[in-house]
Design a protein around this ligand. Structure first.
Ligand SMILES: Cc1cc2nc3c(=O)[nH]c(=O)nc-3n(C[C@H](O)[C@H](O)[C@H](O)COP(=O)(O)OP(=O)(O)OC[C@H]3O[C@@H](n4cnc5c(N)ncnc54)[C@H](O)[C@@H]3O)c2cc1C
Ligand code: SF4
Length: 327
């Protein structure tokens, strides 16, 4: 690990000033950043520890919730309003990492955790995300965990957060603050596709601090988070699905579907959602939605299985959400 300096401001203004120092980076729970520093995939010169900032509250806002960026994954999953009104978010969080990690990991850090692509963590291998222009070892390498949607020839990595997938389905927003002001970014527009600049995971600008995640009022209908992984105890998603479905009798009023483990960002399946709106609820309808969700998907060899897995997981998650609604 390279040498670095460290400070721990106690208010947001001081943190925003400190991040202006050369090579500065925010540190929250440290569960991802410190691992990356050990393999020198990240080499900050200065760490600005934001864990003491007053961003620890979950409060009501316009019928929804405002979640401070420093709220831990454990506290968010266990919060009564989240469990009751946004159960898919609670499930997504509890499906992520281990108990110890969730106690340390924060909402802001979770959104900004970096890909688990093996080559990104291996400094001896070319990787355009870690070293732009060096090449992508996964493209023709072992790519079992990689993207089937929205990838480019420069990077086929997937975004690893479970929480972000549920937030995408819930139409959440991310509030960020910099020395020059504050703005809100839709979660679905916060992470970006790799295109020719895979080193950029999000639209966040240098010096911007995530201060909160904003949840709108809970949507009507049943909600489910379903995660498929190699190891049930804890592991990243091969494919995950956050599904919401609102039913009136046998007719689907509306549906929302977000997928994880398939793309460089949480992937909203807009075409499948359109197809479901107004359709009659049946196994065939849900299977067709699953197929629509992966239309245009491209396997890279080792990850070809993900296409069918994603289609089936979408159909299954929708069926579970519909069942929950009837119960
Ligand atoms: C073994 C293991 C298994 C895991 N399994 C899963 C899993 O199954 N699902 C899952 O979703 N996650 C999983 N994780 C990832 C874990 O959830 C993340 O490491 C964690 O959420 C990151 O949060 P943190 O607060 O520790 O962030 P940090 O490591 O402190 O920071 C991560 C990044 O966010 C930036 N940052 C942090 N806070 C802010 C802020 N407020 N504003 C701006 N920038 C900020 C930092 O600069 C850094 O770049 C796993 C991790 C490990 C080690
Ligand atoms: S998929 Fe992306 S992160 Fe992985 S080796 Fe290729 S460029 Fe690097």
């Amino acid at each position: 690990m390279r040498a670095f300096t460290y400070e721990r401001p106690v208010d947001t203004a001081a943190a925003l000033q400190a991040i202006g120092k050369p090579g500065a980076k925010f540190l929250a729970g440290g569960t991802n950043l410190l691992d990356l520093m050990k393999v020198e995939a990240e080499v900050p010169q200065h760490l600005v520890d934001v864990s003491r900032l007053p961003l620890l509250d979950i409060t009501e806002e316009n019928g929804g919730l405002r979640i401070g960026a420093m709220v831990t994954n454990s506290d968010l999953a266990a919060h009564a309003a989240v469990r009751e009104r946004y159960p898919m978010l609670s499930r997504a969080l509890l499906n992520g990492a281990s108990g110890q990690l969730r106690n340390q990991a924060t909402a802001g850090g979770n959104l900004l955790q970096r890909t688990r692509c093996y080559y990104f963590y291996d400094p001896s291998m070319p990787c355009n995300k870690r070293a732009p222009g060096s090449g992508c070892s996964a493209l023709h390498g072992f790519n079992r965990i990689h993207a089937i949607l929205g990838a480019s020839e420069t990077c086929i990595a997937v975004h690893p957060s479970d929480m972000a997938v549920a937030l995408a389905a819930l139409d959440a927003e991310v509030e960020v603050q910099s020395a020059t002001g504050r703005r809100r970014i839709k979660l679905t527009e916060f992470h970006r596709l790799p295109e020719s600049t895979p080193q950029r995971d999000t639209v966040l600008e240098n010096g911007e601090l995530i201060t909160a995640v904003i949840l709108p009022a809970p949507p009507a209908g049943g909600q489910v988070y379903r995660k498929v992984r190699d190891r049930a105890s804890y592991d990243f998603a091969l494919v995950s699905v956050a599904a919401l479905i609102d039913i009136d009798g046998g007719r689907i009023r509306s549906a929302r579907i977000a997928l994880g483990g398939v793309a460089h960002k949480p992937w909203r399946a807009a075409e499948a959602e359109r197809q479901l709106a107004g359709a009659t609820l049946s196994d065939d309808t849900l299977a067709a939605a699953g197929e629509a969700a992966v239309r245009g998907a491209q396997g890279r060899g080792h990850n070809d299985f993900k296409i069918q897995l994603a289609a089936r997981t979408v159909a299954r998650a929708l069926a579970d959400a519909a069942q929950q609604r009837k119960a």
